[in-house]
Ligand binder design. Structure first.
Ligand SMILES: Cc1cc2nc3c(=O)[nH]c(=O)nc-3n(C[C@H](O)[C@H](O)[C@H](O)COP(=O)(O)OP(=O)(O)OC[C@H]3O[C@@H](n4cnc5c(N)ncnc54)[C@H](O)[C@@H]3O)c2cc1C
Ligand code: SF4
Ligand code: SF4
Ligand code: SF4
Length: 383
């Protein structure tokens, strides 16, 4: 496979920034494009044509030959599971590392509601990483910080998208017994620029600041939907944003439609996600409170799993079956995506109307609504 530096196609760069960190003469800068995603840019005057950037690209991935095991898993602590996106697996790994006086890296929303990588050294500090932030995170110097802590002989857990994890692995250049890599299952990363504009549009309409975003909630009052909370405490659902990210693939990074980390051949030590299809795969395990899909992908992870398994309820599941209803092949780009971003760069879509455009592009066509209704009626009759 060729690298982004040869093809110059955006779909071939996941934005990890490893090439920029490893260039021997500091000739690569990560630059934001008009869609709000980062790409490497070479300063030709500085470049010594050593080709290192091509050889270290994280988007060129090798197969993991380990016999990967998959589990349906839930944190035995109900409170911790409630305060997690899925089954609360992240918290178990985080506690394992914190108990070893280690450092945990994850994604939080900062005071400007921008998703960034950060680290925590206590259980309390790691709470900010709970719950998925459905947007591309800014790595915020995380790779260099991980390296520094490993050099201090500390345990480190790094969590992120599979491409961010792969970028870190290549940046470090060697494995360490004290490093645990945990990737989330990830089907796409939306543009931070779109999220920023979307929030601003809500603020402009409501004439007040949004104080928090809940990308996925277990809040019954909000029907378990995604929502934002304004300064005065009022809440508003943000389904059009979630659909644009997840349901109809409008606002995501080009590399996500060509993702190299898509199948059940997982690359990090652990992979955590939702066990979609649990009602078909393992109905007796389902309690509708969030079930994790956990895969154990390396020998190191298998040893750790033995140490943490008492903190979970778990059941082994067939690996292929576990991914059957989850993300296991690339999703197609929405046919309006390029026009949508073009209209952002020319100002037609802006902070005063982006909600309207997201609604427009995520609205289900009439024929699909009618078909859905017919299906539901038939299901009821056949019951
Ligand atoms: C953009 C995105 C797409 C996803 N797509 C899928 C999918 O298709 N299928 C699926 O099964 N699961 C998907 N997930 C993962 C799922 O939503 C949960 O994050 C995962 O199951 C962990 O849940 P938990 O209960 O163990 O952890 P929680 O306690 O909720 O912790 C959340 C974990 O996710 C990490 N995280 C949060 N936001 C980001 C981010 N923007 N980038 C990188 N890491 C982040 C945190 O650092 C932490 O490790 C996705 C998550 C994200 C952020
Ligand atoms: S070819 Fe070498 S010097 Fe030039 S940008 Fe790539 S890594 Fe840097
Ligand atoms: S190393 Fe990362 S940022 Fe650089 S070209 Fe490859 S995917 Fe893109
Ligand atoms: S879908 Fe693939 S390329 Fe996109 S953020 Fe996730 S792992 Fe990276």
């Amino acid at each position: 496979m060729k690298s982004y530096f040869d093809t110059h196609k955006k779909e071939d760069c996941n934005g990890c920034g490893t090439c920029s960190l490893l260039c021997p003469v500091n000739a690569i800068k990560m630059v934001e494009d008009e869609e709000g995603f980062l790409y490497p840019k070479i300063n030709e005057k500085k470049c010594i044509k050593c080709n290192k950037c091509r050889n270290v690209c994280s988007n060129i991935v090798e197969k993991n030959n380990y016999t990967i095991k998959a589990y349906a898993a839930k944190n035995k602590d109900e409170e911790k599971r409630k305060n997690s996106t899925s089954g609360g697996m992240f918290k178990i790994l985080a506690e394992y590392i914190i108990n070893k006086k280690g450092i945990v890296f994850g994604v939080k929303l900062n005071e400007d509601l921008v998703a960034i990588h950060d680290y925590g050294e206590t259980i309390e500090e790691c709470k900010k990483f709970s719950f998925s932030k459905y947007v591309r995170s800014d790595l915020n110097g995380a790779y260099e910080k991980v390296k520094k802590f490993l050099n201090q002989d500390r345990y480190v857990l790094f969590t992120g998208t599979p491409c961010q994890v792969q970028g870190l692995r290549i940046f470090l250049g060697k494995d360490s017994e004290k490093l645990i890599l945990c990737e989330i299952i990830c089907h796409a990363n939306p543009s931070p620029k779109v999220l920023k504009m979307y929030i601003k549009n809500h603020e402009n309409i409501s004439k007040q600041k949004v104080k928090q975003i809940y990308f996925r909630s277990k809040d019954k009052e909000m029907d378990n939907s995604a929502y934002i909370e304004f300064e005065d405490g009022t809440k508003k659902k943000i389904q059009e944003y979630i659909t644009a990210f997840s349901g109809n693939q409008l606002i995501n990074r080009p590399s996500c439609y060509h993702c190299q980390f898509v199948d059940e051949n997982r690359k990090a030590d652990f992979t955590i996600g939702d066990l979609w299809g649990i009602e078909k795969i393992l109905p007796e395990f389902n309690d509708n409170k969030g079930i994790s899909l956990l895969t154990v992908n390396t020998e190191k992870a298998e040893k750790i799993f033995d140490e943490i398994k008492d903190m979970l309820d778990y059941k082994e599941v067939n690996l292929k079956e576990a991914f059957r209803y989850n993300h296991h092949s690339n999703l197609s780009k929405n046919k309006h995506r390029d026009k949508f971003f073009l209209n952002i760069s020319n100002g037609k879509i802006n902070e005063n109307n982006i909600i309207k455009y997201l609604e427009k592009y995520t609205r289900r066509p009439l024929h699909s609504k009618v078909l859905g209704k017919i299906k539901r009626i038939l299901k009821r009759i056949l019951k």
